[in-house]
Design a protein around this ligand. Structure first.
Ligand code: HEM
Length: 545
């Protein structure tokens, strides 16, 4: 936007027929837009030809400018200070970057390691503390480079559109493709980076340096959009449907279908829950009967609340191949092309753009090569997968809680009631304080668990971390719910209506149950956390009570 104008130029356009305003030293021509302005045209006509920055920021958040700038900005004031040169694009981390993350070397080396440069808006508690220059044993320059790479993409290309996508209940297919093109999908499997299966490995981190903190960061930064629907659209089905294939599928099956998925051309989801079996997985009824020649399973049954099902090419499906209970369950990779698969979109309270689906399988003929793991031993695969799923839920919930906090802090610093800004009222600060303490405590526990996952093999993690992960899942959904509620009270009516300044909070409030119920409800999680932890402590020879 190279054109410059004087104050006088702008002042000359102070009529309905030619209506210009200034916001933050930039000049906008609202002549055509005034009739479409959701706040009304009269309010714009009152500030025609003037600097309307103060009025603008009173009624809108940053997203509005991002969205409309291209269309309405015609230039800047000649008095606008020159922008500083943009920071250099994130470069691949140098090979010799200090490897503090989850690989603390000698204590001497650790002492020498400096905290990373501050990053982001520097609002305390709105980002994790290492974004504000706090020391951390978990992160190094590769994490900082990845963080900058994702944030740039989200801020510029995703966030401005998320509300529209949520209302349409669909994210353009191109965005999932872009996830593949950027090499993100290959890093979201709860294991090492799958470089050999992708055309473009991730830019800012060498695949051999990839760790679970990079994975956490990716999910966390995607969640800054403040939309469970968006996050689930791009990684929901994939993040839970693909890991069982990668970890337990036959090599020939993995080689055939994984590249299409990781490059963003094909989509996969996890189909476990049924109309009559949710957290009670051992009771599922969708059946798979082996054909007489032993070459196929014939699958019949229904699945419900399946994220991404409507758009999926592949379904990692729990089926009954044996007798009742957990020892008769197997996992099959069902392909839509086999025929007999019907998907219907479900209307739900939240996560609108995630594509929650009802599926029917009618005489679907599935080759035995598509069995994931061993016959009748699918329950173990499902249980292993749960840890990864729950950690994903925890990361998202804690970032959503931070979004509620961040939106509240920003709003409380501009909205005035009874002659004072909201932030000057102790009752509002108390709300923020209760939000922050829960977010930070939960996040520190999350970092510790991620570190344990990194140090522990999958079986040990399933046994020893299953209890703490279940507990933290409940802790994070309760924290999210609390923050969504308190943010909503702070925004008042603005978070009761959809869109606008309280739009993110309103949306997240609706998304809460999509986190508190699936992946193990709060009640089941809390009970499991104690049962599992006690059982494992006994198994490992401790707790002689
Ligand atoms: C670049 C110029 C502007 C654009 C693109 C714009 C755009 C919008 C949009 C999209 C909304 C819908 C609510 C939302 O999504 O936030 C809105 C609402 C509103 N706008 Fe503007 N606006 C502009 C300038 C202004 C100015 C200068 C004023 C005041 C003098 C104003 C006052 C309002 C009011 C009062 C509302 C209703 C807020 C509510 O529902 O609580 N707008 N505007």
């Amino acid at each position: 936007m190279s054109k410059t104008f004087t104050q006088g130029d702008v002042a000359a356009h102070n009529k309905t027929e030619s209506l210009w305003i200034v916001v933050d030293d930039d000049v906008y021509d609202l002549t055509k837009f005034q009739d479409d302005h959701p706040g009304g045209k009269k309010i714009l006509q009152r500030v025609a030809g003037k600097d309307a920055s103060k009025q603008f920021w009173k009624y809108h958040n940053e997203g509005i400018l991002k969205k409309f700038q291209k269309q309405l900005q015609i230039g800047s004031l000649d008095t606008k200070p020159k922008a500083a040169a943009p920071p250099p694009a994130p470069a691949p981390a140098p090979k010799e970057a200090p490897k503090r993350a989850a690989k603390p070397a000698s204590s001497e080396e650790e002492e020498e390691a400096e905290a990373l440069e501050p990053f982001g808006a520097q609002i305390p508690f709105a980002d994790p503390s290492w974004y504000q220059g706090y020391h951390s044993p978990y992160y190094n320059e590769t994490h900082a480079a990845l963080r900058a790479e994702i944030r740039e993409w989200i801020d510029n290309e995703i966030e401005p559109n998320v509300t529209e996508w949520d209302e349409k209940k669909q994210v353009p297919a191109e965005v999932y493709k872009e996830m593949g093109r950027r090499g993100y999908l290959a890093g979201l499997l709860g294991t090492s980076y799958k470089k050999e299966y992708v055309d473009n490995p991730i830019k800012s981190v060498a695949p051999e340096d990839w760790d679970l903190f990079h994975e956490m960061l990716l999910t966390d930064e995607l969640s800054r959009t403040g939309s469970g629907g968006f996050v689930w659209n791009v990684i929901g089905g994939f993040g839970i449907g693909c890991p069982p294939l990668v970890k337990f599928g036959k090599k020939s099956l993995v080689d055939r279908i994984l590249p299409g998925i990781l490059n963003g051309d094909k989509r996969i989801c996890l189909a476990i829950t049924e109309p009559d079996a949710g957290s009670d997985v051992a009771n599922l009824t969708c059946e798979a009967k082996l054909s007489e020649d032993g070459k196929h399973y014939i699958v019949n049954g229904e699945k419900k609340w399946i994220t991404n099902g409507v758009w999926s090419d592949y379904f990692t499906t729990a089926v009954r191949t044996g007798g009742p209970g957990m020892n008769g369950v197997s996992l099959l990779l069902i392909e839509r092309d086999f025929g007999g698969v019907s998907t219907r979109r479900m209307d739900c309270q939240g996560v609108w753009s995630s594509g929650t689906t009802y599926i029917t399988f009618e005489d679907v003929k599935v080759p035995v090569e598509n069995l994931i793991g061993k016959e009748n031993q699918g329950f173990r695969v499902i249980m292993t997968n749960f840890n990864h799923e729950r950690i994903g839920i925890i990361i998202q919930c804690l970032r959503f809680a931070r979004v509620c906090f961040e939106e509240s802090v920003k709003f409380a610093n501009k909205r005035k009631t009874f002659g004072k800004k909201l932030i000057e009222h102790p009752v509002i600060r108390l709300k923020l304080a209760h939000m922050a303490r829960q977010i930070e405590a939960s996040y520190s526990w999350l970092e510790s668990i991620i570190y344990q996952c990194q140090k522990t093999n999958e079986t040990e993690a399933m046994l020893r971390l299953g209890g703490p992960i279940a507990s933290l899942k409940a802790q994070s959904t309760v924290t999210f719910e609390f923050c969504a509620r308190e943010a909503s009270q702070i925004f008042g009516g603005l978070s009761y209506s959809r869109g606008g300044q309280g739009g993110k909070v309103e949306r997240l409030y609706r998304d809460v149950r999509a986190y508190a119920i699936p992946g193990g409800s709060e009640e089941i999680m809390l009970d499991l956390s104690i049962r599992q932890s006690m059982k494992v402590a006994k198994m490992f020879g401790g707790m002689k009570l």
